[in-house]
Design a protein around this ligand. Sequence first.
Ligand code: HEM
Length: 85
Amino acid sequence: MCPPLINDVWVYGGDDDTIFRLVTLGSIELQKQGYTRIGAENVVGPMPPFGGIIKNADDLWKIFAFVRSKYDGDPAYKFGAPPGQ
Ligand code: HEM
């Protein structure tokens, strides 16, 4: 149902702001805010919003720590744009 989190691809970007919006708003609302897919994965579909389910920002940061712990690629790209971009 979800693109893999264990590779080196960020569909919309791996920075805090982008994944905060993706997970809380879902991908349809994210795209309405002007975000577009910058990375291609084997799953192309909408992600549902989770902002109403995650209890507080602390829980959300823990989820991001988990997501980033699964990232498997260039360490310089773990939090977003690769060096020089
Ligand atoms: C709290 C729960 C969830 C978290 C933290 C989460 C996290 C993420 C992250 C970080 C991405 C981007 C992946 C990347 O850039 O490679 C993503 C994308 C996506 N997720 Fe989730 N996800 C959650 C729940 C779900 C659920 C339940 C579904 C399906 C029912 C889902 C479906 C998707 C889809 C389809 C995408 C791709 C969106 C697009 O390309 O526009 N996610 N998710």
